[in-house]
Design a protein around this ligand. Structure first.
Ligand SMILES: [Zn+2]
Length: 202
């Protein structure tokens, strides 16, 4: 059964954390998502949704958002209208070079993912939802951890999720990330500018 948790601290920003959007990734992403507790949310709302297992189709595949789970993701975004969106994924370690390669732009048409540490990667959400569904000022990220992650990798993911859960504005998110990962934030802003033109979004 899909996991759903709603933390409502009254008026404020809407946040949506989704995991398990394809294949068996939900078995890993739930390990991080279920650790987010009511006290992690400062104010506003956080919806956490971990999807059931589904056939694996890349979110960059044009047919993904026509698949059953793809439509589920779209309807969650449409219903909750999040200002902060985190899509949690996991990857096979052998794909690390491909995901972080500076050639990813040529090969897949999207910027490389950026390693925070311990194999935890961040990037923008799939361009088809980033540019067509979200508003420019929204903050949307893909958060990738190795499948079957070590406790250290899980903790890095949790740090990022908690920043998104506690922050009220894009600025607060950026400041918190900057404290922990200044170089990676700079790179993310550079890729966002190259890919989307005027920054934000990422
Ligand atoms: Zn994935």
């Amino acid at each position: 059964m899909a996991y759903l948790k709603i933390i409502d601290k009254g008026k404020g920003v809407n946040r949506l954390f989704i995991g398990g959007v394809h294949g068996k990734e939900g078995l890993t992403t739930i390990k991080a998502l279920k650790k987010i507790k009511d006290e992690d949310v400062s104010y506003g709302k956080l919806v956490i949704h971990n999807c059931d297992e589904s056939p694996y189709l890349s979110t960059l595949d044009p047919f993904y958002y026509q698949s059953e789970v793809g439509k589920e993701v779209l309807s969650l975004i449409d219903y909750y209208k999040p200002t902060f969106y985190v899509e949690a994924h996991c990857y096979n370690k052998k794909n690390f070079p491909k995901l972080t390669s500076t050639n990813r732009m040529n090969e897949k048409g999207v910027p490389p993912l950026i390693e925070l540490e311990k194999g935890v990667l961040v990037g923008s959400a799939s361009p088809s939802i980033r540019t067509n569904i979200f508003r420019k000022e929204d903050v949307c990220i893909t958060l990738e951890m190795p499948c079957n992650p070590t406790q250290e990798s899980l903790n890095i993911c949790l740090d990022v999720l908690r920043i998104f859960a506690a922050s009220r504005t894009r600025e607060e998110i950026e400041n918190s990330i900057k404290e922990l990962y200044p170089k990676q934030l700079q790179t993310a802003i550079k890729y966002a500018k190259e890919f989307f033109g005027k920054y934000p979004p990422f």
